[in-house]
Design a binder for this molecule. Structure first.
Ligand code: TEU
Ligand code: CA
Length: 541
């Protein structure tokens, strides 16, 4: 496989609303991001994935777009966007934009026209079906709760929405719609962005009448057509958000011979602490399963695909709170997750604040909750008889606001995020956990991320090495080797707050400590006792 620039970089995800406010209105914006580019350069990232910055009524914080070629007023102007692209480029940072084309906003001109007139050419840009007010076309549910069908009285038809009713699904069967999307993508690519993160792209091939939503029959035809019309001949990074991807499906998307995408986000590990169909139903993580799932993805793509690696994004709880220990071992466990993930094969993604070990931000009252997914769930579960306490437990564990509290820059009021009133509460632990403090402390989580990014640039074994899971260790210990051109590195991570012992000298002696979150000068692969949340990488002799 031809080597690509996006195989040896690390991508940093920015949720613009929460990153840096520059004008005191309490909302992060593009000038704020520009101000922080030097920080991202110091971290060492090669690309930024920007969550949506397009014009939007913000029913789902920008994932409901009313104009794909305009910037959300609160975030700035198109000039700001051009400056961001240019300033990032100077620092060798590529800009990857979010492409949300499974649905638009109901305030998009296309939908306004479509709703107004059954005979409008835009009508078929969306998915309409006959029905009566009390009987929807079928019982497909919205991912945000309730039916996926919304009745439109004026026309006596329903329109389809897999997310909120302000996010009507686009009809990819319509040729003109597809061409509009490709034109829009080309406009952005011509501006100098380096690619797209494609929101719920596995849903665009849906066949609602047959109850098919994900992985529809024409999905890959559309992606190949998209590639021909937009990406071909450009050196882009594209990553599809694909909740339903198996390793075989991931190869369909990311085998470069098929000319679709660079890679996909797979979510198999993300579901491991969930009981049943809903993420709100919690269960403990089974570490054996985590090892099996991640190892399967490491080995099964082989040379026919490429992995993305992530613990976090704007939809997920913070990893140190979720599977680490955000109290006594916050620093150790945050570093452990960095060392573990960033020594695997694939392109790693860091979600803003992860690099300083930001934590979940628990709430005690429904009034503190902003996110539409959580708010809809509250209504649904209250109606089903759940208690307030049960609902809050789920939201504090899995709610999307956890990741969306403002970035913690320093210990001044509102964490240096804004001089005004932040749109969402700042985590009160900002006095201790913030970028300024992290940069001043050579032992901070930040420098572990910085080092892991540097290692990927400097050592081929991190990028290309073959992965091998080490089985004969305690369940709590995640250990593997990577081997490339005769060189082998071993990663060991104790995902527990108890001591563990490993004896893996069969793999070789440790010749050199590459990184250790307990700053050990030497490490043995024979009878080595591991401290709580200890993680290291050694080069084997
Ligand atoms: O997320 C897709 C998606 O399915 C999520 O709603 C997911 O089920 C949930 O958040 C799990 O926590 C993407 C975006 O990342 C998300 O922010 C958007 O709300 C959604 O698409 C609709 O555009
Ligand atoms: Ca602002």
């Amino acid at each position: 496989m031809e080597k690509k620039w996006w195989q040896s970089i690390v991508v940093y995800q920015i949720y613009p609303r929460s990153f840096q406010d520059s004008n005191g209105d309490g909302i992060g914006d593009l000038p704020g991001i520009i101000r922080r580019l030097d920080y991202l350069q110091e971290l060492g990232v090669g690309a930024i994935w920007l969550s949506p910055v397009y014009q939007s009524p913000n029913d789902d914080n920008g994932y409901d777009i009313s104009d794909y070629l305009a910037i959300m007023e609160e975030f700035g102007t198109m000039t700001d966007m051009d400056i961001l692209i240019a300033e990032a480029k100077k620092r060798k940072i590529a800009i990857i934009m979010d492409l949300v084309v499974n649905h638009s906003s109901d305030e998009h001109q296309w939908f306004i026209e479509a709703k107004k007139d059954k005979n409008s050419p835009y009508r078929d840009y969306y998915i309409w079906r006959d029905g009566t007010p009390d009987k929807a076309p079928n019982d497909i549910g919205s991912i945000f709760g309730g039916s996926a069908w919304e009745y439109d009285e004026a026309s006596g038809q329903y329109y389809f929405h897999l997310f909120s009713k302000k996010q009507p699904d686009l009809n990819w069967e319509n040729e003109a719609l597809r061409q509009e999307v490709y034109r829009m993508m080309n406009t952005w690519l011509d501006k100098g962005i380096a690619g797209f993160r494609m929101d719920v792209i596995d849903l665009i091939g849906k066949v609602p009448d047959e109850n098919i939503t994900g992985n529809g029959p024409k999905l890959h035809d559309y992606l190949q057509e998209m590639h021909q019309k937009t990406l071909k001949g450009r050196d882009t990074l594209t990553v599809g958000e694909t909740w339903g991807a198996t390793t075989d499906v991931a190869k369909l998307y990311s085998n470069s011979k098929r000319q679709e995408l660079s890679m996909v986000f797979q979510f198999e590990h993300i579901g491991l602490d969930q009981e049943g169909y809903e993420k709100w139903d919690l269960k403990d993580l089974d570490l054996l399963e985590l090892k099996e799932v991640l190892s399967k993805w490491q080995t099964e793509l082989g040379n026919e695909g490429w992995n993305s690696l992530f613990w976090n994004n704007h939809d997920l709880p913070r990893i140190v709170s979720r599977w680490g220990n955000d109290q006594e071992y916050r620093v150790e466990s945050a570093k452990l997750f960095a060392i573990l993930l960033h020594s695997m094969k694939g392109t790693p993604y860091i979600y803003q604040g992860e690099e300083i070990g930001m934590t979940n931000c628990p709430v005690t009252d429904f009034s503190e909750i902003d996110d539409i997914e959580s708010r809809n769930m509250i209504q649904e579960r209250l109606a089903k008889g759940y208690t307030k306490e049960e609902i809050l437990t789920s939201i504090n564990a899995k709610g999307r606001d956890n990741a969306r509290t403002p970035m913690q820059w320093d210990d001044t009021e509102n964490a240096g995020f804004t001089t005004g009133n932040p749109w969402l509460h700042v985590n009160p632990n900002y006095k201790e956990i913030n970028v300024k403090a992290a940069l001043q402390d050579p032992n901070s989580v930040f420098y572990t991320y910085q080092k892991m990014i540097r290692l990927r640039k400097e050592y081929d074994v991190v990028v290309w090495g073959d992965y091998h899971l080490i089985q004969d260790v305690p369940i709590e210990v995640f250990a593997f080797t990577r081997t490339y051109q005769g060189e082998t590195w071993m990663t060991v991570a104790n995902i527990s707050d108890r001591l563990q012992e490993i004896d893996v000298c069969g793999y070789g002696e440790a010749a050199e400590v590459i990184i250790s979150n307990y700053n050990r000068p030497t490490i043995s692969t024979c009878c080595q006792v591991l401290e709580p949340y200890e993680a290291f990488i050694v080069k084997l002799a």
